[in-house]
Every structure is written in structure tokens, then in C-alpha cells.
Design a protein around this ligand. Sequence first.
Ligand code: ACM
Length: 638
Amino acid sequence: MKKLFLTAVAAFILSSSNAQTDVNLGIIPAPVAIQKGSGTFAFDKTVVILSANPKNAKIAETLKSFAATKGLNLRVVQTLAAGQKAIEITSVGADQLPSEGYQIKVSANKIKLIGKDAGLFYALQSLMQLTPDKSTDGKIHIPNVEINDYPRFSYRGLHLDVGRHFFPMSFLKKYIDVMAAYKLNNFHWHLTEDQGWRLEIKKYPKLTEVGASRNGTIIGNYPGSGGTDNEVYKGYYTQAEAKEIVAYAAARYINVIPEIELPGHASAAIAAYPELSVFPDRDTYIGKDWPWSGSRTGKQVQQTWGVFDDIFVPSENTFKFLENVLDEVIAIFPSKYIHIGGDEAPKKYWKESEFCQQLIKEKGLKDEHELQSYFIQRIEKYLNGKGRSIIGWDEILEGGLAPNATVMSWRGEKGGIEAAQQNHDVLMTPSTNGLYFDHKQSVAEDEPLTIGRKGKGFAHYSKVYNYDPVPAVLTEDQKKYIKGVQANLWTEYIETPAKAEYMLFPRVYALAEIAWTPLNRKDIKNFSEERLSLHLAKLDKTNTNYWVPPAVGQPDKAVNGENHVVELKSPITGAKIYYTLDGYRPSENAAEYNAPLKINVPQGQQKVLKTIVITPSGKRSIVAETVFNNGAVEAKVK
Ligand code: ACM
């Protein structure tokens, strides 16, 4: 058994030095079908790019730029001279392919990329991923292969909350670039929150003059264990900037879905226009234990996180306001879908309000949940009238679904299941299954501040990977309503692009694979031991932060016995592992791992192995710890 294991390790070490030997050619998300031939296409400077269709000129240009990064200056031609080696870009035959699908055919003299629109774009993404670095003969050898590929889900989403923290345009573009490289196609832009309204609305300038600014931000976990920072925090996107993002994304086959939260998560809008509140004259509620900067009276943009009672009043004035806002939103965003929020809207103020109670009677509604449903349905009707459809968080089920709404299931899968059973489209993004990327990636003490405390809300990339967005309880017909999957990056505790990147990688790779790859091609071992190491090694060479996985092979639970052998592997090509057995924190001053560790533990004692991974760019993993017991010693260390 052990010998078998060692042979497998040796095979891995050989294969991991070269992407070409991986069954998936290093591609994330893994393609539907890969058929390997023998030999290679030698990619050198004699190769030309053959692209006859002017519609594909941009793809040809992108390929040319990519080749330049490999030191190859290629020409783009419309016809081929006899015997000329080429990478051909074509849409001929693409009509037979599934939506967003593509083919890549590599032979000794030609690489053919076949697809149209997004499909061709994805063919190029895959080609760029499978292209290895130069080999010892100075050439780039691309294996002869045929790839047939198309997505499992039509909706492959990634969300970013810019309400809690504001992110610069440069970061949004980088985020979109990552999405494009991994074949994600919907950017859910969460633009309005209790802590900030981030989109210019010309008819209501106070939304950004007042609503885009807060007087401070809590320090530490909610409600602010370290007070507030006492600094004005502000930022918003002009309409021109939002349009720039829409165009940037569209050029990469990504749709941008704006989210305008209603009726809850509306403190910033209410601070700007108090008449939108159920109780315009009530001060914004601020808990007496909450740290706060500046005035505590009147309507305030929130400075701590959470859910707040002050929500929109369902008055004609509010509906007019929202319709006017949505008119401007529609003019910026061509997306068929507009996200209208609908989550976490406490009904306390509606219960207390004479106006709301009267409205409930007048409309023949049962309760405040039906009032919320009335609210959402009015907005849906308005947007449907403009040719758009709504997406709402799963709370929009309460009190009855709006007739054409798509449900985004976040409180587990329950809402998604219910919606599919009611024949409504569903997008799965359950916080319980690893798709909340604001959750920490390990339970180690040295993870940075995140939303969950004491190990709660832990989401390692394998949890993301192991999630199947289609619930088994649904019938075959109902399963068709599951249109896709999304991960969310809420930014209460994510103040900077660097931290956003840390939370995003490597989980976004797992998201891409569950969104694209068919179930029968999923393989966590191949993903985490062969491909992840290559993608992270590439990432390590760029100016991008990421969570460095600990060494592969280290037990994550206490182990009992006298003699132990620990085989470790670097999770990133080129990274080093350092370890201690003396209780001290490992660093580059500690022993470097380069052979299996023999750990002997005397009877009744324990030893603790601590490891750290340090990447070529100097990034460090958390310290991973394993307790080795011999006999009755209780595990003292996590
Ligand atoms: C949510 O996380 N409140 C959708």
C-alpha cells in the first residue's frame, strides 16, 4: 500500500513539472472532452495567425499580444502560403456547436480554434492556459489534441459588494479579467447598501452627495470591538464609469447585473432622502454600545454592519423614486436582469406604521410579508414593462413570488429548491456551501479578520469544489430551472483590493469548475494536485494577492501512534515548505522540507508539526499544525 502511494507521489512530481502531461492540460475549468494524439505543434516565430473573418479580428489581436509575452512576434494573415504553420481562428462550423461552445484542434502544422463570439473567446482562453513555457529546445510545444468544450450552466456568476467598501475602477477591471480567463460570464455588481450608495443617479444627486459617504467605519468585528476609525469614507461611480465597466465586461463576454437593494439595506438612500423611510422623523437607530463617529441624530449612513430596521416605505412617492432610479439604471446597463435585492428587510417598522397597516388592509394583503411581495411585484411589473427581468434574493419567496422573478438562493439551497418547484428560474449561491467568499479559508489563528468568528463560516476551496448546484431532490423537469451558480464577495471586512484577492483566490478557480465542467469530469484530486499548483504559480508571478494553500499531504486531524512518516508536496510549483517540530512558528529560518519526515513520538508524549509554505514571490501560507500523539495524550493543539 505504502509503496503504491510512493509510486503515485513520484508520478505526480514528474507530471507536475509539465502541464502537458496533465489529463486536463492544465486547463481550469476542465473541458468537457479532451482527446490526445501524439506529437506536438512547435509554436515558434515562423507561425502566423490565420483569421479571414473581420468579426474575429479582436481575438486575433489578443492572440498576437499573448504570443508577444512569449517572445513571439506573429503576423496576422487572411490566407496561408503553402506549408506555412498557422494558428487558425475561425467561425466556420461554429453553428453546430452548443451555445458558448468551442473546439480546439492541434496538429503538427496547425492549431485550429473554432467557435463564434463567446465560444471563440473561450477557445482562446483555453489555448492560452494550455500553452506551456519554452522547453529546453527553445520552442513551445503544444501537444496534439482535440478539445470539445461547452458550459454546464448558462449563468456563471461572481458578485462584488462595493457598498461596504468601495473598489477602484482598476480593480473592477482586474476582477473582470479574472472572470473572463475562467469563463465566468455574469458580474453581479452590488451597488447600494446601508453603508454607501455607489452609483451616480442624475435625478437624485443627494444619493451620492450624502449617501455615498459615511463618517466612520467600525474597527474589528461587528458591532466594532475597536471603536470606529473616525474617518470619512466615501466613493461612487459616475454613470460614465459604470458604462465603461459595462463595455469592458462586454468585450470579454461578461454581462453586468446591477443590484439596487430594496426595500431593505437602504439606509444610505434614506439618509439622502429621509421621506423614503417609514418614519422620516425618527433618528437612524444606533445601538448604545455601537461605536460611532459624528452626529447620532437624523438619518445617517450606517457605520457598522448588519441588518437595519429603517427600510423603504411602500408609498407612491417611493415607487416613483425607484422607477426614476431604475430608468437611469436601465439606460446604463443593457443586462436583461436587474437585481432588486429583497433580502433582510425587517418588518418591524412596517408593523408599527399606520400607513403600512392601512395599505395592507386596502390591498387585501395578509401581513407584512405579503406587503413585501406587493412591493417587489410592483417593481417587477415596472421592469418587465421596460423589457427587463428581476433577480431577487430568496426572501422574495416570502409572501409570494413575483410572477417572472429569478430567485438567487443564498440561505442554503432551500429557497432555490422551492423556487424551482414553483417553476421559477434559480441561481444558486448558498452561503452554506462555500459560495460566500467573505468566509475564511481555514480555521487557523492567523487568518485575517473575516465575518465569521471562532471557526464559523469556514470555506476552503474544496468545499466550493464539492458543491453541486443542482439539488438532488428536484425532479428532472425542475432541475432545468437551475440556471447557474455564483459566488459572492461581501466586503464588510475587505477594505482593499489585496484582501479581496486574498479571499478570491484560489476559490474562484473552484467556482469556475463547478459552473462550467460537467459532473463526470470533475476531479478534486486532479484539480488540487495538478492544476491548482500551475495556476497559482502563474498568479504568483503577477502583482496579485492570494491565499496560499498549506502543504499538500499534511494531516488536518491529530494522529495517534509511535512512528509517523509525513510526505508533503508543495501546493504551488516552485514554492518551498518549511517546518518545525519544536513548537516554534516556522519561517525561512526553519528546516526546509525536502524528504519525507520521520516523526517518532515516545510513549505518552506528543509532537506538533508546524509547516508554512513560502512562494517564489514571498507570499506565505497560514501555519498548518498537526499533533502526533502516542498513547493517551489529548490533542492540545488544533
Ligand atoms: C445576503 O447575503 N444578505 C444576500
